[in-house]
Design a protein around this ligand. Structure first.
Ligand SMILES: [Zn+2]
Length: 530
């Protein structure tokens, strides 16, 4: 990685660089982030600005890749003698060069999507040879997939942020190309529209949006407000001066920040469950990427999609599972499946149409989660497997009145609660129709997953959350107290995560696990289709 350069050569290069006007720091081609966190110092090159400018003025959307720019350079590599700035001291922070292009680009002329083209793909054939197929991709037949970096909304509607770049970081904004390292403070630009003010070591610059930041020299992740992220970070404008951060990175690297948060930081002995989770999360991601092709981002970094915590969340077992299942996805009849998963089914997974309505999906069917002893695989999930909720009558009637419309309670609830009956169940045991009779004698009904949104519970910290599951076992009203018991946690569709862990512990491999929860589906290898 690090080239040994003799001292006379370094001096010679320095003299050469200093003799040229206004040196510009230009990064070498990106190292493969997949092996990231090595702590190695990146190689960097000095280039005279005149040389660089000979390639023509560059603006966002330029087809000339950054790798190509580095390849154009004819200067020797020198090792950056400075250690990456971890101290946060501003004297280590600096703009590397103003590099402002002469032409001004109006924000409205900028094609938003072009901001993303600034991120050079690490799979660029110039930068790296095509990887050899992995053992798994030889075993599982290929399936065409649109492969591109994934775009994750990681910070939304903020007015200020702190970026920390441990290595030289490129900045691309309309009309601006520059480089900085160290700490950058960003705040909303209250005068300029669609812009932010970026301060590095007390020197301010206005950056028009969208602005792309990426560490181009080595595998150091960028840090945004204390969380480190691989790949590139695009700052986009929101209304009223706020801005958001979209992290753009290869899918396999994104998964490293997802899998440990979705299934837990598990020991290596549970790796078959972690592999199943990696494949389900990968399949879900490709589905979202296809659906959001024309939108500014593919997924949120929250439970709305998949929880993503960047580098901070990464863990050894998950990294191994992702690598060992590289590119593997779940398919049914030559289409990727809708890879829903949930914490704990409680004994049986659900038909998708029983949860969210709509048409049945052949691989998202009710599936018994029983082991050979007739006990659910997920029964080790504690409170997520079997739970009890209690409310004072006036508490629950208040909740019903407040959340009637969200929970589809028909007609909307009024008054107090007289009785609650389970009228009908689905095949999986979840409640299809729940009838709540009010003190005035009016009957109100709700059912399916929406029940969770009307029968809200109090957490130990007195926060209101949705019910864990619509798999309600019993309802009891006694002495002004209402007690509901149930099984499971989550919507119940697709893979039961706790069930997957216990299946792995009983000796099942990832393929057996996935083919149980997505019945009739097969494991395939995602291959670029263009
Ligand atoms: Zn289960």
């Amino acid at each position: 990685m690090i080239k040994k350069v003799s001292i006379p050569l370094v001096l010679c290069v320095l003299i050469l660089a200093l003799s040229c006007s206004r040196p510009v720091l230009v990064p070498s081609p990106r190292a493969d982030n997949a092996s990231g966190g090595s702590g190695e110092e990146p190689d960097i090159q000095w280039l005279a600005e005149d040389d660089e400018a000979s390639g023509g003025e560059e603006l966002p959307g330029s087809k000339k890749s950054h790798d190509a720019q580095a390849a154009d350079g004819k200067k020797s590599d020198i090792k950056d003698g400075k250690k990456a700035d971890d101290s946060g001291e501003d004297n280590e922070s600096r703009w590397e060069d103003a590099g402002v292009a002469g032409r001004t680009v109006r924000t409205r002329d900028v094609d938003f999507a072009r901001a993303f083209e600034e991120f050079p793909s690490p799979r660029d054939p110039v930068a790296a040879p095509a990887p050899l197929p992995s053992a798994s991709s030889l075993r599982y037949p290929p399936l065409g997939a649109r492969k591109r970096p994934v775009r994750i909304m990681v910070r939304r509607n903020v007015k200020e942020a702190t970026i920390h770049a441990p290595a030289a970081s490129d900045v691309r904004a309309p009309g601006v190309r520059t480089t900085f390292r160290g700490r950058m403070q960003i705040e909303a630009d209250l005068i300029g529209q669609d812009a932010v003010i970026a301060t590095v070591n007390r020197e301010k610059k206005e950056l028009r949006l969208p602005c792309t930041l990426f560490v181009s020299s080595g595998s150091h992740p960028l840090d945004v407000n204390g969380s480190a992220y691989r790949g590139a970070m695009v700052i986009v404008s929101e209304s009223r001066g706020a801005f958001s951060f979209i992290n753009i990175l290869p899918v396999e690297e994104y998964l490293r920040g997802v899998v440990p948060l979705e299934i837990g930081n598990l020991p290596e002995s549970d790796i078959e469950a972690v592999k199943a989770q990696a494949i389900a999360a990968r399949t879900y991601s490709y589905g979202k990427m296809a659906a959001n092709e024309n939108n500014p981002f593919d997924m949120l970094s929250t439970v709305s999609d998949q929880v993503y915590g960047g580098v901070t969340a990464e863990a050894a077992t998950a990294d191994a599972a992702i690598l060992l299942t590289k590119d593997l996805i779940i398919a049914y009849n030559d289409d990727m499946v809708r890879a829903y998963y949930h914490s704990t089914c409680g004994g049986s997974t659900a038909n998708i149409e029983d949860v969210w309505g709509g048409a049945p999906v052949p691989y998202l069917r009710t599936q018994s989660d029983m082991n050979a002893q007739g006990k659910p695989f997920c029964s080790g999930a504690g409170q997520s497997f079997a739970w009890t909720e209690t409310w004072a009558e006036n508490q629950l009637s208040g909740i019903l009145r407040r959340y009637s419309s969200e929970g589809g309670l028909d007609p909307p609830f009024k008054g107090g609660i007289k009785k609650i009956d389970i009228r009908e169940r689905f095949e999986c045991g979840r409640v299809k129709t729940l009838a709540i009779t009010s003190t005035s004698g009016q009957e109100h009904t709700a059912g399916g997953d929406k029940l969770r949104f009307v029968l809200r519970r109090y957490t130990q910290t007195r926060q209101i959350q949705i019910l864990r599951s619509s798999n309600i076992r019993s309802v009891e009203i006694k002495n002004n107290e209402i007690k509901i018991t149930g099984n499971g946690h989550g919507h119940g569709i697709g893979m039961c995560q706790v069930g997957a862990i216990w299946r792995a512990r009983s000796g099942q491999n990832f393929e057996q696990i996935l083919r149980t929860y997505y019945s009739g589906a097969l494991i395939r290898t995602a291959k670029p289709d263009r």
